[in-house]
Design a protein around this ligand. Structure first.
Ligand SMILES: [Zn+2]
Length: 282
């Protein structure tokens, strides 16, 4: 690439905002080309995160990850989306739990609308532990009828180097560090320190209450049985350093995944081949 082209491309990239709602309609074609027709759908949730980190912690994290990753590898980012599976938190203030079919229809209609606007690759990133089953089933059922786009679900890897760095910085028991615990509190402390109330972090217990124990059996009430405070771990042990590690690891992995997804032609080829072979097609 010539220096001139490089400068033009750099200027082009810098000019173009990632957020869907910050683009102008006249920039749309440019955004489609620059993104390789790739749109990220960051999915968060609104639910209690212990007594000390904000209701929108999952949304804040996915939005920041998408915003920071797309500065390095351009893609369009769909606006705030905080609709998912969160029935288990309905006993706590701040929870926004829509009826099951609304959640499903909204996700389907949102992807269809993203596709109708010219994107053929939709990358879901997720910040909420109650969503992966929904997202996987949603993606698998995209094979039910032919669509112009493919949906990708990014889930960050955990390599040994990352685990070693994590072990060095981590102060609480990694086994019990989950929702609003040391790791997640550190993440918000790094991204939005203004929203963390560290002096409240020990006002409630984040210990597993083990109120239900039937081996090898899944029930809907399991999370409520274990963590009725919507707090799992020790947020009081959070540090900015751990937050930086967690975020940089995620963002690096997302940048790599975006590069691979933008270069990918195989998924859509195979998807189209599959639909052409489905029995009973006209
Ligand atoms: Zn969370």
């Amino acid at each position: 690439m010539s220096v001139f082209l490089l400068i033009v491309q750099l200027a082009w990239t810098q000019d173009l905002h990632s957020r869907w709602d910050e683009l102008t309609a006249s920039e749309w074609s440019k955004a489609l080309v620059q993104s390789g027709r790739t749109c990220i759908l960051p999915i968060g949730i609104l639910e209690k995160h212990g007594p000390h980190v904000p209701i929108g912690s999952d949304l804040i994290q996915v939005r920041e990850w998408a915003a920071r990753a797309t500065k390095k590898e351009y893609a369009v980012v769909f606006p705030d989306y905080f609709y998912g599976q969160i029935n288990e938190a309905r006993h706590q203030y701040g929870t926004f739990a829509l009826p099951e079919r609304v959640v499903w229809d909204l996700l389907e209609a949102t992807c269809d609308e993203i596709g109708r606007n010219g994107f053929d690759k939709i990358v879901i990133i997720n910040g909420h532990g109650g969503n992966p089953e929904l997202i996987r089933y949603f993606i698998q059922t995209r094979l039910e009828k032919k669509r112009s786009y493919a949906v990708y679900f990014f889930e960050p890897p955990s390599d040994s180097a990352y685990r070693a760095q994590m072990a060095k910085l981590h102060k609480s028991d990694p086994e019990t560090d989950e929702h609003a615990g040391e790791r997640e509190t550190s993440s918000i402390l790094y991204l939005r320190p203004d929203l963390v109330k560290m002096d409240s972090a020990t006002n409630e217990s984040g210990a597993n209450q083990n109120r239900l124990d039937i081996p090898n059996v899944y029930t809907a009430i399991w999370w409520y049985a274990d963590f009725p405070n919507h707090y799992a771990g020790e947020g009081a042990k959070a540090t900015v350093e751990l937050g930086r590690l967690v975020n940089e690891h995620y963002i690096d992995a997302l940048v790599k995944a975006l590069k691979a997804i933008k270069a990918d032609t195989r998924t859509l080829e195979l998807q189209n081949e599959f639909f052409n072979r489905v029995k009973g097609n006209p």
